[in-house]
Design a protein around this ligand. Sequence first.
Ligand code: SAM
Length: 287
Amino acid sequence: MRSLSPGLVRDLLGRYNFRIKKGFGQNFLIDNNIIKKIVEAAELKSTDTVVEIGPGLGSLTRRLSERAGRVIALEIDRTLLPILEETLGEYDNVTLIEADALKTDFNRVVGEYSGPVAQYKIVANLPYYITSPLIMHFLENSFNVSRIVIMVQEEVARRLTAKPGSKEYGALTIAVNYYASVETAFRVPRTVFIPKPEVGSAVVCLDVRDGPPVSVLNRDNFFALVKAAFQQRRKTLLNALSAVDREYSREDWLGMLGEAGIDPSRRGETLDLGEFAILANIYTHDK
Ligand code: SAM
């Protein structure tokens, strides 16, 4: 594979008179070793279909194309398309689509361009400003995704893998871990991008679960409790929950917390997924 070296990247940007758009979170990878490691983390087989979000100049796309059966690359910035047509011209298993990933029905796109596949993978060096909504878009919509490999800001990687009680632990941690098992694969220095981002990054792997790791009777109630607990982090659980449902008094919540075996003076941010599930199920039963 002819890599997109820093010189080639500058040459492409110059020849196409391309202006980097901060608004689209454009930081292009120029380090082959990191690209190789991202592709390895995706554990691709030659029969796999992979959807790449934001191919940029195509450096990651080229390597994905060599490992997967089919690559579908969604790029929002139409001014990158002529560059991608050049860098991906000889890669005939790549389909390039101008699209906003946040508004894309991934199952439909894969069905259209890859035919019927049971499952597919997602690989992305994500623009930081859409990381959380995009991860939730992948997970909440029951797309047939098996594995997601994403580069995110280091701080987001810490939030995704945070433990209860830590300052990074929050509603995003719970939501993502509800749908997927999460692990940080490796850290990525700022120096491997053009232009250099302000902060360090990390590659995170999400293996989508067949079902949640805890039994939850009503998903909406579960997430309503999680949201309330983290919206008012400084409050005790009892005070935070009192805001969830006006039909329930403090005494009602006290009773439910007692039934769940959870000390009402704890803060919501100390509850793990299992404790949130027990409490939410009692609330659901009661309603
Ligand atoms: N994958 C390339 C790389 O690693 O060099 C580019 C990564 S750059 C951080 C993010 C890319 O995502 C840019 O090409 C940007 O235009 C694209 N992008 C931003 N928002 C997007 C969206 N909502 N849907 C699809 N692509 C998007």
